[in-house]
Design a protein around this ligand. Structure first.
Ligand SMILES: [Zn+2]
Length: 1043
């Protein structure tokens, strides 16, 4: 069938059709809800007066709801005191100082989790290529048709041995490593210049001229600097190998560049300005694609880059905010796909937040019989289903099976074969929509209760001493008014509960009828149970005064604690049992400070060992130290118990193990090392507010169906899988992505293309069971060139990073790095061989859509997980590893290639950001101030020669030396520059899912090392290659593959 490709401006939804249940559009009432993005169902095809409501930006606390109305009786089936629990009333009940435990009987055993396999095993990495001595140096670049061409010269003389990539290596030559320096000097040969004369402006590194600005440090002793040639280091790439026949001889002007007889010629350096620039690519895409909306009616369209601001109009395919693919044109055969080595993957963010101008998915109700689906493959009704026989049956676009149209869904077809209600039904004309699920889609065939949030606060010595406990309790008093709510509901349906813990657990009864909260202590942590049911999970409005009283008392109760030890697994078990008892899904917010060494299930030992780095045992640093938490995670997923973990460590606390449950339940981990109230509370509170308020679904199961010929084979993200097709998440929020890889199982056809349908079954925050459906149609090709023309490098990098970050769990890090390089070299070599026009073998030719693959790949290789610096802790690496696994494409993009903005170039009179510059020290001027952000941190770098007036305006001090590098926020000063910079910081904070830590770095200060780590185009102190070096290396790898 033909895919819906026509632009249309059909009537807005809302005209009921025969048999049509009507869309539920709960937000139409126009009531503004504080706090959370609303589930609103706006107009189709553009704003309609009265329909659109701006979605409030996330992450900030809004005015409290005005509703003071008494809460309606909860529709929840809240079992009030089942017999099994009444016996627990004799547990120690008290206020004030925690008492010793009251061991009480266990509640009935939980139901077993479905038997199933462990999470998807790591794919084996097939080939490993060791780095050999690099042979070629690169001299020239020119654009070549759609490809990027870099000419190379011949070389001679083997390079020094032992200079593999990867492992941190000692400097290959005496003298300090220099930033930005690169290609090795050809010791004995003459440079050979490249075939056709390129425009001089693209000539790399051959211009006599002043040294690159920004190059610091003394030259290495063995190579005195030559005018125009930045310093270099032996043993990178590019030893010259002697003339090659393909080279047509020197280009004009070559003599100027000197091939002096005798002494080695001056070193060559590829001019960084002549190699593909991420900034340029981002800028070009913004200029070319940022002004028009992206209309999704056409199959296989490559969307604008994630760095471009654009609006999306859904006309039959899911918005790129929901799904992005590595390629939008996939090879027809498995052989082609293997030849290209381009992974076929989709990065899916099923509950992505949309900008206010865009319409949230409509909610469709197909009535008692549930959503209309294919009889065989169970795909949901979508725009690609083809109606036949006058509309009485439809043929499935995924499996071709023909299914009867249920009588209530029947509609006549027009002369083109399209149903006449086409434009009135989201599921026929849109890429994304929701179905109301029937009871058949619910656990135990019962509609779910609204979910619950349980706040579980570590009250051990460190937590109390740092002020954290008081801070959390204070914050919760107001934050509880902003729990997620659905549509136009007046108050959140979510119930809340409270637990504190150290070596024992304290549960609180905050039932509205109580004058004071009651505490029940459970010290038998080996066999966790919940000592109360009635009064533990409550409605915030009903129990407001009791909760407030509790939150006032908690900091006082534990103010004098001397308990330093904590448990951890029993805390999760307690939350899990509480949700089980209440028969609902929910989320645990755990605030935890230390390695759980107290005697209890899941007790951990300190096994941090940096000596394992770069050994075959390094992988153990990423693995949990016990399987206990994997089993616990499985139980949590079965119950829909999602865990969000806020960590405040002062030392190693084994994130790799503590993170297992949050990770496998679809939760989040936040980490505030060496938490200090003064500097970190703002960041923590912002994260907490956003985390509590953001849109989240519970008890979620996602399945991706595909049309015949390909199928989903591998999954990356924070979830659990008990079989090979269903991704299970106890909770799934609007920030989480799942990356799915596809493989061929048959031939595809260019005519029919390929289809994906992602169906997410989940429980909304009000307890409504829903299905969110995203459809995407892709093109298929028989020519490799079409594949390469329709790739998206940012998505490719997202996939490759996740693949590598999972690989380190089972393979040595070096193996993982080498496999990444090898795969990318194969991708580029295949292009070179099959798609580029014939040219010298010495030229590096990159596909236009992948010209940033080398620079971005190098950033992944240099990242803390794959190549840690000395300042990176084991916990940091485990944390980053898990974090990246759930990132969307925009987040991985800025995480691996941070954004660097010259603040002193900002126009204080406009709203725009200053133009970004490339991440290299060479680009920094010591007279300027820069901002660098990567989604986790914001650095403000101040050059030593910045004008005093600017320093005064931004920091409120009179000189460079007086700037404090302990600042965690910029002072609020009433001048245009300060205002502009703070507004930029605020804008960037608003774009990220976590509040970034702000660090002020002064040039030549000790903190500058940390900052330089993020200048990813430069050679890193831990041995990571510079961009220029790495590009040369990739070129060498590609040449080896081609020869
Ligand atoms: Zn089917």
């Amino acid at each position: 069938m033909s895919v819906n490709q026509q632009a249309h401006t059909g009537p807005p939804y809302g005209q009921p059709q025969p048999g049509y249940q009507g869309y539920q559009q709960p937000a139409y009432g126009g009531q503004s809800l504080p706090g959370v993005p609303q589930a609103q169902y706006g107009a189709y095809n553009g704003p309609v007066p009265g329909y659109q409501q701006p979605v409030p930006p996330q992450g900030s606390l809004r005015a409290p709801p005005t509703s003071g109305a008494p809460p309606p009786a909860s529709g929840a089936s809240h079992p009030s005191g089942p017999l099994a629990y009444s016996q627990f009333e004799h547990g120690d009940v008290q206020n004030g100082i925690p008492a010793s435990a009251a061991p009480v009987q266990r509640p009935p055993a939980s139901q077993p989790f479905l038997p199933g396999s462990a999470p998807t095993p790591v794919s084996q990495i097939s080939t490993f290529q060791q780095y050999g001595p690099p042979p070629a140096s690169v001299q020239q670049l020119r654009n070549h048709m759609a490809g990027m061409t870099i000419g190379s010269t011949a070389a001679s003389a083997p390079p020094p041995a032992g200079l593999g990539y990867g492992a941190p290596r000692p400097p290959a030559m005496p003298g300090p490593p220099l930033p930005g320096q690169t290609v090795a000097a050809p010791p004995s040969s003459q440079p050979n210049h490249v075939s056709s004369p390129p425009p001089p402006s693209t000539m790399a590194g051959l211009h006599p001229g002043p040294p690159m600005s920004g190059l610091h440090g003394p030259p290495p002793p063995t190579h005195p600097p030559q005018p125009g040639y930045p310093m270099q280091q032996n043993g990178s790439f590019g030893q010259m190998r002697g003339p090659q026949p393909n080279y047509g001889g020197a280009y004009p002007g070559a003599p100027n560049y000197g091939s002096p007889p005798g002494p080695p010629p001056p070193p060559k350096r590829l001019d960084p300005d002549s190699i593909p620039s991420p900034i340029q690519v981002i800028e070009d895409d913004r200029n070319n694609r940022g002004s028009e909306p992206f209309v999704t009616g056409v199959r296989g369209q490559v969307p604008p880059l994630v760095t471009t601001n654009f609006l999306v109009k859904d006309q039959g395919n899911a918005s790129p905010r929901y799904i992005r693919c590595t390629s939008y044109n996939i090879p027809c055969t498995s052989d082609m796909a293997k030849q290209s080595q381009v992974p076929l993957a989709a990065v899916i963010k099923p509950l992505a937040a949309l900008p206010p101008e865009e319409t949230l998915p409509y909610l469709v109700d197909h009535g008692e019989s549930g959503p209309v689906r294919c009889n065989r493959c169970k795909a949901y009704m979508c725009p690609f289903m083809q109606f036949i026989e006058g509309g009485r049956r439809f043929q499935c676009c995924f499996c071709s099976c023909v299914t009867e149209v249920p009588p209530h869904y029947f509609q006549h077809l027009d002369h083109t074969g399209k149903r006449v209600d086409f434009y009135d039904r989201p599921e026929l004309s849109l890429g994304s929509y929701e179905f109301l699920a029937t009871v058949d889609y619910c656990k135990n065939n019962k509609f779910p209760s609204p979910p619950a949030f349980i706040f579980m606060i570590d009250v051990s010595y460190n937590a109390v001493k740092s002020g954290l406990v008081r801070l959390i309790c204070e914050e919760l008093k107001s934050l509880l008014d902003y729990l997620p709510r659905e549509g136009n509901m007046e108050e959140s349906a979510i119930r809340v509960g409270f637990v504190t813990y150290n070596k024992v657990l304290h549960f609180y009864n905050v039932k509205s009828s109580l004058a004071q909260p009651q505490m029940m202590v459970v010290s038998d942590v080996a066999d966790m149970f919940v000592p109360l049911l009635d009064g533990f999970l409550v409605n915030v409005n009903e129990s407001r005064t009791v909760i407030a009283s509790l939150l006032d008392q908690i900091p006082e109760m534990f103010a004098d604690t001397r308990e330093t030890e904590t448990v951890f697994a029993p805390v999760i078990q307690a939350g899990l049992e509480a949700l089980k008892a209440a028969e609902c899904a929910g989320k645990l917010f755990i605030f935890h400070t230390s390695l759980p060494i107290a005697e209890a299930p899941g007790k951990l030992k300190n096994r941090d060992d940096r000596k394992l780095i770069n050994t075959d045992k390094e992988k153990t640093l990423f693995q949990p130290q016990t399987s206990f938490y994997n089993n616990l995670a499985k139980d949590c997923v079965a119950q829909g118990c999602c865990v969000d973990l806020f960590l405040f460590p002062n030392q190693y606390l084994d994130v790799a193990t503590l993170g297992v449950v949050p990770y496998q339940t679809g939760g989040s981990i936040y980490k505030y090392a060496y938490f200090q109230l003064e500097t970190d509370q703002y960041r923590f509170l912002n994260d907490l507010r956003r985390d509590v308020q953001k849109e989240v679904g519970f008890d979620a199961v996602m399945r991706v169906r595909t049309s015949t010929g390909i199928r989903a084979t591998d999954f990356f993200g924070a979830f659990y899988m008990s079989n090979t097709t269903d991704v299970e998440m106890a909770g799934l929020d609007c920030d989480k992505t799942i990356t799915v890889e596809f493989k061929h199982d048959d031939k595809l056809s260019e005519d029919s293309g390929a289809l994906l349908q992602c169906a997410l079954l989940y429980t909304s925050c009000a307890g409504q069971r829903r299905l969110r459906i995203h459809n995407l149609s892709l093109n298929c090709c028989t020519q490799l060139a079409d594949l390469y023309r329709n790739c998206e490098t940012d998505t490719l990098i997202n996939y490759l990073a996740k693949f590598a970050y999972r690989g380190v769990l089972s393979s040595p890090v070096k193996t993982v790095r080498d496999a990444l390089i090898n795969q990318c070299a194969q991708i580029l070599a295949c292009y070179r061989k099959n798609c580029a026009s014939p040219s010298s073998a010495g030229q590096l030719i990159l596909p236009e859509c992948m010209k940033l693959l080398p620079v971005y790949l190098n950033c992944v290789l240099k990242s803390d997980v794959l190549q840690p610096g000395p300042e990176v802790t084991t916990d940091d690496r485990a944390y980053i590893r898990q974090l990246v696994t759930s990132m969307d494409v925009a987040e991985t993009n800025v995480f691996f290639y941070p954004r660097l903005l010259p603040l002193t170039k900002a126009d204080v009179d406009s709203d725009s950001l200053p133009a970004a510059i490339r991440n290299s020290e060479e680009r920094l001027s010591k007279g300027d101030i820069y901002l660098l952000e990567n989604g986790l941190n914001i650095f403000v770098w101040v050059g030593v020669s910045v004008q005093q007036g600017l320093i005064q305006n931004l920091f409120g001090v009179s000189s460079f030396s007086q700037i404090s590098n302990a600042l965690s926020t910029l002072p609020v000063l009433e001048n245009p520059f300060s205002k502009k910079v703070r507004s930029i910081v605020d804008m960037l904070q608003g774009q990220r899912s976590r509040y970034m830590k702000l660090i002020v770095v002064k040039q030549e200060d000790k903190l500058e090392m940390l900052f330089k780590h993020f200048l990813v185009e430069d050679k890193s102190l831990t041995g990571g290659a510079s961009y220029v070096d790495f590009l040369c290396h990739m070129h060498k790898e590609i040449r080896q593959l081609l020869s």
